[in-house]
Design a protein around this ligand. Sequence first.
Ligand code: SF4
Length: 329
Amino acid sequence: MTFTTTLQDWFIKNQRKLPFRLDKDPYRVWISEIMAQQTQIDTMIPYFERWMSKWPTIKSLFEASENDLLKAWEGLGYYTRVRNIHKAAQQLSQNNYIFPNTIDEIRALPGIGPYTAAAIASICFESKSVAIDGNVNRVVSRLFEFEDDFGSPSLLNKVTEKMEVWMSSATPSVFTQAMMELGALICTPKNPSCDQCPLKQNCLAFKNQSTLDFPKKKITKKKPELHKLILLMRHKDLLALTLDHQDSLMKGYWRFPEVKELPKESLYIGSHHHVFTHLIWDLDFYSVETEKSSEFQWFSAEEIEALPLITAHRVFFEKTKTRIFSSES
Ligand code: SF4
């Protein structure tokens, strides 16, 4: 059996039943692929199912408000993704809500990069386009013990070359998903299950017991850590919120105001340590009773529940809201 046939047969027998694999609907595959970027499948499935029950078609997505989409995305992070989905729906509305079926047209939609375009084109339209993400890079670099750094253009070139050869004799929808599934279930970053791997006879890293040496990793820099003072300004049962995003993070999401200096009468409520991929926030939260200034917008706890709020503040707010409203300052 060839490499491609072995892998495809394994996938057909072992694939998980995932809600976005029920059919080859490009809308569902598109949303699932965007949600799955940087997010574990188990975490994103409830988001995916809620999304599809609210917006089952591209037309309903086009008609949704950005605020509702941001709220539905809250907790998934990388919020530019959801804004791009909405922009893409606006573009698709010009084409009678029909999702394009060629890789070039798919790639032209906002927020769709080469990997996602190739994944949708191969899974939904049987295009022989190779979808290469971190999982695929890891699997192929182990199979051949490629010495190039993970994420480097030279590794991408080598992996692309191998993938194109395999894809030439493959059933694209099956092959693309099989590579994804192998990376997710078997050839995992820390403890690959080589004993269960259909490719172990072809794998140099398995033969040489060097699986954890591949892919080669660049030394990463320590994340910058920012300390911030967050002021929960309270007027009766209302709290001040702002859409200020001078730090360019999470545009469109509400947040509690950040201050450089605290008013004398403010009261310490607690702290929260929030880790992003590129930086860390150390947040100290204080509350203060104040007049209702027009610099901010004012909301009750129930209204805040329904608003898109940045996750770092949401997590703290949910833990402490009873205390915030009962504290005296
Ligand atoms: S044998 Fe092990 S290292 Fe090689 S592809 Fe399979 S799971 Fe990955």
